[in-house]
Design a protein around this ligand. Sequence first.
Ligand code: GRF
Length: 196
Amino acid sequence: KRVAILISGGGSNMVSLVQDMQSGDHPCEPVLVVSNVPDAGGLAKAEGMGVATAVVDHKPFGKDRAAFEAELTRVLEEAKPDIICCAGFMRILTEGFTGRWGGMMLNIHPSLLPKYKGLHTHQRAIEAGDAEHGCSVHEVTAELDGGPILGQAIVPVLDGDTSDVLAARVLPMEHKLYPAVLRNYAAGDRSMIVLR
Ligand code: GRF
């Protein structure tokens, strides 16, 4: 299966996915890493791993989300992906895009969905006094952070945690969860994965 990965920043989740796909006996190959941020650190990491990259900068499109997404779709179609993984991709996608690519697109979100959709998830879990927090991999639909959940990884929230400390406890679990879910998803297995 041909996998394209969308990033906006450091791309640590992209690195974990690519490393797993390149580790042998994997049903997928990474065919393209696309960033909406021209100088995203993940682009150099992808190139260092031998994966083709592209940039579709959202800024020139201003408020015209449809035009940005049309260009993103054009770039993606050239790579002929079977699966798209959003990994630290920080643009909200409209129904136009999820209508075209939904059903073959995954996202990782740093919360135990359906809790804390959107931003600042670690701070919100701390402020809520939650004993547990974590990350979720879900299928992308028109609803932001709302599609069917395919996997979750759970970590404790400890006394004195700051959002940075908690985020740092969640991130390594993201790097375990996303590759495991992609392997299942590529094999047509939608059974829920839960890691602790
Ligand atoms: C991570 O917190 C991830 O949960 C969120 O974006 C952040 C950075 O991810 N989706 P990455 O290092 O760019 O993969």
